[in-house]
Design a protein around this ligand. Structure first.
Ligand SMILES: *[C@@H]1O[C@H](CO)[C@@H](O)[C@H](O)[C@H]1NC(C)=O
Ligand SMILES: *[C@@H]1O[C@H](CO)[C@@H](O)[C@H](O)[C@H]1NC(C)=O
Length: 402
């Protein structure tokens, strides 16, 4: 009589059990696409001698418990390849294109090691990727333009590899970037415009980049750290850099930049200012005392008198320029009371300094005055590079003044 109801009841129990099992599956067993992708990724990489990263990668157990792997439900969301412990020798092999099938991945990192080959184009399929850091390996080839599809990417660190070719325009167009670290590669071409209004760090040093800085708004005002050292960049910088009012670190050294140094680079918020070995010209007249601890303007074509606003700097390199006139008395005072540790003025056209010839320069301080248009009032130890000539030939000094 009650058979109908009993049947329904049993079916319901069974259904609940099946549903629970499915729920269990969904939460504890990795999605088969991710599982197969991980197997391919594993096969194309190996531990370098001394690294034990892959010892936990046993595919008879749940991959979500592997070292460096994090799941959310049945999907891999973070893959940190290699033992992150400092000094671990890292991995060898290649990045398998199957990485692109881990479609829920938000974070992909690789420890320093000897991974070779190119960046898989399939990385562009990782549409939830936010953090991509593959520095200090031997990755070659180009940066795939498809990375421009990773709309949520905030960190891109491919530094210390062997990447060549351009920085794709599409990468500059990524809207959420906050850290771009592509230093120490072989990148060439010009710097693309960066559109992200949250870009805080742009590090492109030691590449082969050329051309002018992108005109405003190509470098967003949010940039705090800017290093472009050791490239072949050229042209004036004032238009591109004047809008950057949150800078605290700037290194443009060893390029071929020309024109004036924008005055906002002497703002008090800047803790490091390296502009040496360019072709900057013009007088340098900061409006306020410069409190940046180290200011290096050496090896440029700067001229005019040295501003007393520099007397608040601790290490001041103005050597190998075309400065003229007297060294400001405040600079000398600050040197003698040890507030200035380095004052390099050699290889300019300076005509005098007011300093008592018998004064003791503090041992902690270095003053170099060699090769200027004056007779040296004190003996000071100079770097070897300053040469042995104490003064500039008089003929050059007369010519300069005339
Ligand atoms: C960049 O280098 C590649 C070779 O790696 C070359 O074909 C290309 O012309 C270079 N581009 C620029 C702008 O120098
Ligand atoms: C940089 O680019 C120039 C011109 O394209 C080329 O002659 C030079 O070899 C490159 N330097 C490096 C280190 O790749």
């Amino acid at each position: 009589m009650r058979r109908g109801n009993g049947f329904t009841y049993n079916t319901m129990v069974l259904l609940i059990v099946v549903l629970q099992y499915c729920g269990f599956l969904a939460h504890a067993v990795l999605n088969p696409v991710d599982f197969l992708a991980l197997q391919s990724i594993r096969k194309s990489l190996a531990d370098l001698p001394g690294s034990n990263y892959f010892s936990s990668w046993d595919f008879t157990s749940d991959p979500c418990s592997f070292a460096g792997l994090y799941c959310d439900g049945d999907r891999v969301v973070a893959l940190n390849l290699g033992d992150p412990q400092a000094g671990s020798p890292g991995l060898t092999g290649r990045l398998h294109p199957a990485i692109g099938r881990l479609s829920a991945l938000a974070e992909l990192t690789l420890v320093p090691g000897r991974v070779v080959g190119s960046l898989p184009h399939s990385l562009s399929q990782l549409k939830y990727l936010r953090f991509l850091a593959l520095s200090r390996n031997f990755i070659s080839g180009v940066i795939p333009a498809g990375l421009g599809q990773l709309r949520g990417l905030t960190t891109l660190d491919l530094s210390f590899n062997q990447l060549a070719g351009n920085i794709p325009l599409s990468v500059g167009a990524l809207p959420a970037l906050s850290n771009v670290i592509l230093s120490h590669n072989r990148l060439n071409g010009s710097i693309p415009a960066f559109v992200s209004q949250s870009l805080a760090r742009l590090d492109l040093k030691h590449n082969n980049l050329s051309g002018w800085l992108p005109p405003p708004p190509g470098l967003p005002p949010s940039i705090q750290y800017l290093s472009l050292s050791s490239n072949r960049l050229s042209g004036p910088v004032d238009r591109a850099l004047s809008p950057l009012n949150r800078l605290n670190y700037i290194d443009l050294s060893m390029n071929q930049f020309t024109g004036f140094i924008p005055v906002n680079l002497f703002a008090s918020s800047i803790t490091n200012l390296q502009l040496q070995r360019n072709q900057f010209s013009g007088p340098v007249q900061p409006v306020n005392p410069v409190t940046t601890p180290t200011v290096d303007l050496s090896y440029n074509r700067l001229w005019g008198e040295i501003s007393p606003m520099f007397s608040t700097v601790q290490n001041l390199y103005l050597n190998n320029n075309r400065f003229t006139g007297q060294v400001p008395a405040t600079l000398v005072d600050r040197l003698l009371d040890s507030s200035i540790q380095t004052l390099y003025l050699q290889h300019n056209y300076l005509s005098g300094i007011e300093i008592n010839p018998t004064v003791e320069i503090p041992l902690s301080s270095s003053l170099c005055l060699q090769y200027n248009c004056m007779v040296l009032p004190v003996q000071t130890p100079c770097p070897l590079k300053a040469g042995s000539a104490k003064s500039r030939p008089t003929s050059q000094c007369i010519e300069w003044k005339g």
